[in-house]
Each structure stands twice: as structure tokens, then as C-alpha cells.
Design a protein around this ligand. Structure first.
Ligand code: LLP
Length: 420
């Protein structure tokens, strides 16, 4: 459910026609609906209301400060994977006691920063990382609260690039070795074991893999208890999918019901790290048609957003719906929607049935609120797009379009080259 809809045949976000924003901001731009973000968070949060829980929004999905602040205002925390994400979360007003630090390659400096910020939990992914966290904590005169990210070897039935909970993936500690790892961790004096963590993948459209992962973790928690290790937090990661095309993922209510049923009897606070399900359908990318090329063989619609702005179609072959901002009587063609980048892989859609767009018209790429702007780059020295948030009748530029100066910030031509 989202608040992008046609009003008098014109696409609007909440009460603002997109055309108005395009005129002011230029194209391409990302657009987020505050009301949708809020609704998604509340639907997810309230689904778990019966149990002690903490929603740590996965910052990587969309790390704009205004988006983060929206969730923090609603009581959410943050799942971070870098010092940069920690800085963003703190800047946006996160409560450090609601921050969990995930990721397979945490650097010493990042660990120190997180210790100094007094975050809630480090989700550690290897024995070497545990040693590094312990020694950083000792140096800082602190005790680090940790959970081990276990890898339950469960196939989440999603795209191989976003599968994380299989043995062959780089993430976590094999669940079979995890008890031993916990025993080792107990010996480290500057660590306090507080949780178990797992994240099996992203864009899951079925409940079963989540439940299977939870079942194997439950066994681990029971065994740990027998050995005198109290687990206060059970972090199940993120991964709940959304509808891009025809997928029918479970509603957060069904997802929560299935998990809470399994959790009965375990006295832990449940942590969840949703990303895509909160932001994915709360954002779109708006782009303008530059040229069209029609031939017997193939039709192209060339737009001013490229793979540097939205890489999901190129990288994963992902389908994202494309709609015209101004609805017209249907005169359709099958076309590729391509960007200005000098790569054949630069497309937003392939062989898609679309209205016959004309140069100058605006189009919206739906479901772009997660893994959209955050994965954008400056390839081809293209400035990254602006980000805009709508709330009711108003819109706010929450990140300016980059300038040419931004593109060369920090670059220098060394003296020896200047005098040649
Ligand atoms: N927690 C951890 C430890 C994660 O690695 C991820 C996502 C999440 C939570 C949030 O997962 P979500 O609820 O958003 O599924 N770029 C890809 C998705 C990569 C996901 C990486 N990890 C895409 O565009 O589909």
C-alpha cells in the first residue's frame, strides 16, 4: 500500500503532483512519501506488538537522513554496517541503545567508534572479529555486548546475489560450529554475550525459510541456556520481500504471526532489521524522456536516468514497474527504457509494453525507495540525483542534486603534472 496515485490523470505523491516537483527540482530525482514510510513502519511494528521487540531499520536500504529520522521518530532503531552508517544514524537522532552493528568486515576504527557511541549490540561474524572487538573494548575500558551471527544453511529462495544464509555464502558462522564459538567468546573478558543473530537473505516472498531459520536458532538458544549463557536478544535480520511485479509476499502480520508462534516460551527481546519492506514501495525514481528511437527490430526510449542512478535492473535483472506521469489514451509499443551511460547494460526495463512516450514526458520507475539512491554512483561523471520527500501538500528537497564541483571534490593534480 502506498500513496502514489493518479489524480486527474496525473501521477501524484500524496497531494503533490509530480510535475510540480520536476519543474522545481529538475530530473532525475528520487521521491519518497512520508505517509507511506510511516504507514509501513507502523504496520510492521504493530504486527509484533504482543512481544517485546525492537525494529532496527536496515540503514543500507535507504540512508537519507530524513528517512532515518522518520523511523526514529516512530521509535525505531538502526541496523548499521559501517562507520558511515553509524554517523548517519546518530546525525538523524538515533538512540545508540537501539543500534545494532552487522557486517562481515568491521574495521578496528569502526568498532571503536561504535564502542564510544555505546551501541546496543555487535553482531559478530567470525572468531577473529570477536577477538578484535574484545581487544578494542579492553583498550576503550568497556565491555562490548555481542551476538553471533549464525548461518543456518537455509535457502531463502531468492536471487543468488542477495542470498546470505547458505553455507557457501560469506556471512555468519556455520550453525554447527556456533556453540563452540560461543564457548570461545565466553573466555574473552571484554565481551558480554547477549544475543543470537541471523539474516538469511533479501526479498523473501515466503515465510517458511524464516521459520526454518528460527527453529534451528531456538535449538541453539536452548543449548546455550543449559551451559549458563543467557540470551536476551534474538535478532532475525531483515529480508521480507515486497511486490515489484506479481510477487505476493506475506503481509507483516502473517510474517509476525508465524515468528511469534515459534518464539513462544523463549524469553528474549526480538530484534528485526527490515529494510526493503519499509522503504521499497515508499519511493520512486522520476525521469524525463530525452529521445525515442523506433525501428523494425527494436524500440528504445532514452531517458535522463541511467544505471548509475538505479542499478537494480542492470545488476539483478530486477523488474521495476514503469508508468507515465501523465496518463494518455493507450497507444502502446514494446520498448527498452535505456539511460545515457555508455554501456549496453544500461537499462531500466527491457522489452516492456509501455505507452508510446514522447520526448519531454516524465516517467516514474516504481518501487525505487530501497536500494535505489544508496546504490547510485557517479559513473560517466554523472551527478547523483536529488532526493525529495513529500508530506501531505508539501515537498522538501532532502538531498540536493550534486553539482559539478561535488564531482571533483578531494581530487588534485600533483605539481609535477602541472609543470610538464
Ligand atoms: N540485515 C542484514 C544483515 C542485511 O544484510 C540486510 C540486507 C538487511 C538486514 C535488510 O534486508 P531487507 O529487509 O532490505 O531485505 N541490493 C539488493 C539487496 C541487498 C540486501 C543486503 N542486505 C537489492 O537491491 O535487491
Amino acid at each position: 500500500m502506498h500513496y502514489f496515485h493518479y489524480k486527474n490523470k496525473e501521477l501524484s505523491c500524496e497531494e503533490v503532483p509530480l510535475r510540480r516537483i520536476a519543474r522545481k527540482v529538475g530530473t532525475p530525482f528520487y521521491l519518497y512519501s512520508y505517509r507511506t514510510l510511516k504507514r509501513h513502519f507502523q504496520a510492521f511494528d504493530s504486527a509484533f506488538a504482543q512481544a517485546p521487540h525492537l525494529i532496527c531499520y536496515s540503514v543500507k536500504a535507504n540512508s537519507n537522513l530524513a528517512v532515518l529520522r522518520t523511523f526514529f521518530n516512530l521509535g525505531g532503531g538502526a541496523d548499521i554496517v559501517s562507520g558511515g552508517e553509524l554517523m548517519r544514524a546518530l546525525q538523524a537522532g538515533a538512540d545508540p541503545q537501539k543500534i545494532v552493528f552487522s557486517g562481515v568486515g568491521k574495521k578496528k576504527e569502526e568498532i571503536k567508534y561504535a564502542l564510544d557511541s555505546n551501541i546496543l549490540i555487535f553482531n559478530a561474524e567470525s572468531s577473529q572479529e570477536l577477538i578484535t572487538i574484545d581487544s578494542a573494548a579492553r583498550k576503550a575500558g568497556k565491555v562490548a555486548r555481542i551476538a553471533l551471527r549464525v548461518n543456518p544453511d537455509i535457502d531463502p529462495l531468492t536471487h543468488p546475489y542477495i542470498t546470505t544464509g547458505l553455507k557457501k555464502n560469506k556471512f555468519g558462522i556455520d550453525i554447527k560450529n556456533s556453540l563452540q564459538q560461543y564457548r570461545e567468546a565466553r573466555k574473552l573478558k571484554n565481551l558480554e554475550i547477549v544475543g543470537v543473530d541471523c539474516h538469511i537473505g533479501s526479498q523473501l516472498t515466503e515465510i517458511k525459510p524464516f521459520v526454518d531459520a528460527l527453529k534451528s536458532i531456538k535449538d541453539l538458544i536452548v543449548q546455550l541456556k543449559k551451559e549458563g549463557v543467557k540470551i536476551s536478544f534474538l535478532d532475525l535480520g531483515g529480508g521480507l520481500g515486497i511486490t515489484y511485479n506479481e510477487e505476493a509476499p506475506p503481509h507483516p502480520k502473517q510474517y509476525a504471526k508465524a515468528l511469534l508462534k515459534e518464539l513462544k516460551g523463549l524469553k528474549c527481546t526480538l530484534i528485526l532489521e527490515p529494510g526493503r519492506v519499509l522503504t521499497g514501495n515508499a519511493g520512486i525514481l522520476v525521469t524525463r524522456v530525452l529521445y525515442t528511437k523506433e525501428s523494425e527490430e527494436k524500440n528504445f526510449i532514452v531517458v535522463d536516468a541511467g544505471m548509475n542512478d538505479l542499478i537494480r535492473p542492470s545488476l539483478y535483472g530486477a523488474f521495476q514497474e514503469i508508468v507515465p506521469v501523465k496518463m494518455r489514451s493507450a497507444n502502446e509499443i514494446v520498448a527498452d527504457v535505456v539511460g545515457p551511460i555508455c554501456e549496453t547494460g544500461d537499462f531500466l526495463a527491457r522489452d516492456r509494453r509501455l505507452p508510446r512516450f514522447r520526448p519531454g514526458e516524465l516517467m516514474a520507475v516504481m518501487s525505487s525507495g530501497a536500494y535505489g539512491f544508496v546504490m547510485s554512483s557517479n559513473y560517466n561523471s554523472r551527478t547523483r540525483a536529488a532526493e525529495v520527500m513529500v508530506s501531505g501538500k508539501d515537498f522538501y528537497v532532502v538531498r540536493e542534486n550534486e553539482s559539478y564541483e561535488d564531482l571533483i571534490r578531494g581530487e588534485r593534480i600533483p605539481e609535477f603534472l602541472i609543470h610538464q
